[in-house]
Design a protein around this ligand. Structure first.
Ligand SMILES: O=C(O)CCC(=O)C(=O)O
Ligand SMILES: [Fe+2]
Length: 142
């Protein structure tokens, strides 16, 4: 079945920048840029995509993947995830950035990593995990 072979099983809606959501883009953008300046030093532009609001129910996951790809996806440089769920509300669902980094689960914590790094979200075992994901763009990596 196509579904069971899918790299991803979760629900997502996209939240575009607007008057009511701009503060979130500004705030997360500021933190991500601070991390970029301190750690990566990538040439970054703007958020070119909305925020992805993701829900993983029991058994749902996002298999190993990269966030960069063909076309406009070449412009993704920095990926970021905010944990929206209380860690007491679910088990499993860890965001793992290969080879071995396991993102903190604390609600409100943000993990920022280069979009070319392979990562996955492990299957949720109990409860529901919500995340807010976005990408800062810039000139493609050379
Ligand atoms: O839900 C997450 O924390 C990460 C999801 C992800 O890797 C993606 O949407 O590209
Ligand atoms: Fe991803």
């Amino acid at each position: 079945m196509a579904e069971s072979q899918s790299i991803r099983k979760s629900s997502a809606v996209f939240i575009p920048p607007s008057e009511s959501t701009n503060w979130v883009f500004k705030r997360l953008g500021r933190f991500a840029r601070e991390i970029n300046d301190a750690v990566y030093g990538f040439d970054l532009g703007q958020f070119r995509e909305g925020f992805q609001f993701t829900r993983y129910e029991v058994g749902e996951y996002y298999g190993p993947h990269f966030d960069i790809g063909p076309g406009r996806l070449t412009e993704r440089k920095l990926s970021m995830t905010v944990q929206l769920s209380d860690p007491a509300d679910y088990t499993g669902g860890e965001l793992v950035i290969y080879p071995e980094f396991v993102a903190a689960k604390d609600r409100g914590s943000m993990t920022v990593f280069p979009s070319f790094m392979c990562h996955d979200v492990r299957p949720v075992q109990t409860g529901v995990r919500y995340s807010l994901v976005s990408w800062l763009s810039g000139p493609p990596f050379k």
